[in-house]
Design a binder for this molecule. Structure first.
Ligand code: PRP
Length: 172
């Protein structure tokens, strides 16, 4: 594995993102939505830098498999517990790749009539995008390599690594 972002680089960037978010949502009632499972570590670190009175909820989604992935339809494995009407929502994701998952989620969330929806993404694999999605708060733009760690997995492994690394033999 080749390390892409060491723990201190991640911590610095997460703190910076939190500072920007805090400035933008001052006086607002913010609901953070973490998308399981990958976003768990990022979300946990991010919220510990926020002194705003935030609420946290989670959604779990899965794509319908390779054959139908390009349709962008995702399966909701766990839905939110709170209603969104009138809320300021910030969706927290570990990575955006094709954008299909986030596009589907944003459409679904907007239909619940929140006051606003923004996105906060740690890693943006921008060159892989198939559909446009707004990334309002971006940790790092990364190239098209397979990354693991800091919440990101390969076959459910490596999520616990404190750094982000390129998985061996998975470059390009
Ligand atoms: C990852 C990531 C996004 C999605 C991005 O989740 O957390 O939800 O893939 O890909 P896309 O932009 O091409 O749609 P994954 O399916 O790996 O699930 P996980 O978070 O449980 O690891």
């Amino acid at each position: 594995m080749k390390i892409m972002f060491m723990p201190d680089a991640l911590a610095t960037r997460v703190a910076e993102l939190a500072q920007t978010i805090e400035a933008d949502y001052r006086e607002k009632d913010l609901l953070l939505i973490g998308i399981l499972k990958g976003a768990v570590i990022f979300l946990a670190d991010l919220i510990r830098h926020l002194s705003l009175p935030v609420e946290v909820d989670f959604m779990a989604v899965a794509s319908y498999g390779a054959a139908t992935k390009s349709s962008g339809v995702v399966r909701i494995l766990k839905d939110l517990e709170v209603p969104l009407a009138g809320r300021h929502v910030l969706v927290v994701e570990d990575i955006v790749d094709t954008g299909l998952t986030l596009r589907y989620l944003l459409d679904l969330l907007w239909a619940r009539e929140p006051a606003s929806v923004r996105t906060c993404v740690l890693l943006d694999k921008r060159e892989r995008r198939l559909v446009p999605v707004p990334v309002d708060y971006c940790g790092f733009v990364i190239p098209d390599v397979f990354v693991v760690g800091y919440g990101l997995d390969y076959a459910e492994k490596y999520r616990q690594l404190p750094y982000v690394a390129v998985l061996d033999g998975e470059e390009g």
